[in-house]
Design a protein around this ligand. Structure first.
Ligand code: KIV
Length: 272
């Protein structure tokens, strides 16, 4: 790992190319979720490079038990709030449940998130290389999402680690390769064994951002409210309370950013 030193001007909006350059020079990428302008500004000031307007907002912001009730209007509202709050971080917005069942639906909804929401990149769950290549072919940078897929919760039967069986691991690897070949610029890997995430991060050219995916991914993402220890629920094993030892929320977020950049978070304690 090379020592962390950002070479990008603080004023310039980060692009997919900047993230690719970070992977190429072995520099970790820091990412957190945000759902509003105030937190977005704090994350931006702390140096967070990617802000994910995740449909996790359905659980942590709206109080649902899954992400399934989140609508395109919800995503548009929160994406616009986040985009207004930051000027350096790359803003990635989730396509919510059932919003990309056809190429046309995916294109219309991605266009709304970019044109009205100000998103810089769109994220979608699952092995949909058809959708990825269609969006990329129309000028939409796409982030894939494999491993634990919250939008598939009713098929998975619970929030469990994915890819423990050899056949599942092989499927996730081949899905990851197909998303990269379709033109995805970024991949999020959620809740998979650290060894599987290491294989995928090494095999893919594009940056792989982990959440519960061990120490060897090219970057890390967590849900903001988890690192701030907000919420009644149990914090997942892969997360960490960064408020401990921090003087303020801004301090906690900066500590997370620096810990990711210096590869001090996550550790094996946060891995499967
Ligand atoms: O919706 C979300 O916030 C996510 C992250 C947990 C990766 O997809």
């Amino acid at each position: 790992m090379k020592p962390y030193a950002s070479r990008v001007s603080e004023k310039k909006r980060l692009s997919v190319n900047d993230l690719q350059a970070m992977k190429n020079r072995d520099e970790k990428i820091s990412c957190l979720t945000a759902y509003d302008a105030s937190f977005s500004a704090v994350l931006d000031k702390a140096g967070i490079e990617v802000i994910l307007v995740g449909d996790s907002l359905g659980m942590v912001f709206q109080g649902h038990t899954t992400t399934l009730p989140v609508t395109m209007d919800d995503m548009l509202y929160h994406t616009a709030c986040v985009s207004r709050g930051c000027n350096r971080a790359l803003v990635v917005a989730d396509l919510p449940f059932m919003s990309y069942t056809s190429l046309l639906a995916a294109a219309e909804n991605a266009a709304r998130l970019i044109q009205s929401g100000g998103a810089n990149m769109i994220k979608l769950e699952g092995a949909r290389p058809d959708v990825v290549s269609f969006l990329v072919g129309n000028g939409v940078p796409v982030c894939g999402h494999l491993g634990l897929l919250p939008q598939f919760i009713n098929c998975l039967g619970g929030y469990k680690v994915q890819g423990r069986e050899l056949s599942d691991a092989e499927r996730i690897i081949s899905d990851a390769v197909s998303l990269e070949q379709a033109g995805a610029g970024l991949l999020i890997l959620e809740c998979v064994p650290a060894s599987l995430a290491q294989t995928i991060s090494q095999q893919l050219t594009i940056p792989v951002i982990g959440i519960g995916a061990g120490i060897d991914c090219d970057g890390q993402v967590l849900v903001l409210y988890d690192i701030l220890n907000i919420g009644a629920g149990r914090r997942p094993k892969f997360s960490k309370d960064f408020m401990q030892g921090a003087a303020s929320i801004e301090d906690a977020i900066r500590n997370y950013h620096i810990a990711v950049k210096e590869a001090r978070f996550p550790t094996i304690e946060h891995s499967y």
